[in-house]
Write a protein that binds this ligand. Sequence first.
Ligand code: BV8
Length: 249
Amino acid sequence: MEESKQNIVILTGAGISQESGLDTFRDKGGLWSKVRIEDVATPEAYARDPERVQEFYNMRRRRHFDGDIKPNAAHAALALLEKEWPSVTGGSVSIVTQNIDNLHEAAGSENLIHMHGEILKARCGDCGEVSICGGDLGQGEACPDCGEINTLRPHVVWFGEMPLEMERIHSLLDRCTLFISIGTSGNVYPAAGFVQLAGGNADTHTIELNLEPSEGATFFAEARYGRASDLIPSYVEELLTNGLVRQNT
Ligand code: BV8
């Protein structure tokens, strides 16, 4: 890896969207305290009770159409970093998000992988095509590509399903000099294992920016705790001013 080029990979989780008004999963009052994963977020649940699964995602998708869900300062700071970092080190910034919301795109991020899919997209169980989803599913709608009725599911990766773009993610992790984890509890694999993959390379610095230590906290060389909308803008400011400074904690 050319030393001058410093590629950054950023993993985000529900915590980065919490201050935008979207629920997290495992915090107090989080989604998994209201419904069981086994009932709404597995292929088996969908086969057993499609209406219940569709309603779980319809209810979450409707939040995006209320007009009050907007990116926060943390999303904006990451979009700024992606824009400015190449002129600081010639390297790139890539975001791998576990989130299915569209707040990174709305903030202007472009180098973005939704490894767990996207709630504003649907996937046809017949033809496999992915399409924009602008409303509820499971209401007798037709697939815009093959025309089949009631074959659309949320374009979301459920538990027991393979996350998306894993090869591309592994190649980004192999080539990064800085791995930043933001707003994730480190419970869900394979995402929770990315810090170990990145940290396996001696040249790669790893930092956790979270409200509290995650399950994987001990795997990080550095950690800072606080709210994302405070932590991320100041860390991005530091990176753009000083470049990458390895402060092991
Ligand atoms: C896979 C989309 C293999 C859905 C999600 C049995 C069978 C198969 C697999 C498994 C199995 N047992 C275990 C596994 C592995 C499983 C897994 O890891 N389970 C866990 C529960 C143990 N993983 C999988 O199943 C994955 N697939 O392994 O496939 C395979 C191999 C070959 C062939 C086929 C398959 C797929 C996992 C993806 C599941 N889908 N999302 C949806 O959104 O409804 S994952 C789900 O958890 C969420 O979507 C989220 O993306 C993810 C992680 O949650 P977090 O983002 O971390 O959120 P959380 O609430 O937990 O934490 C928030 C954090 O933010 C906290 O730390 C909090 O302190 C912090 N925070 C809060 N507010 C703020 C803040 N920080 C800063 N500022 C704030 N303001």
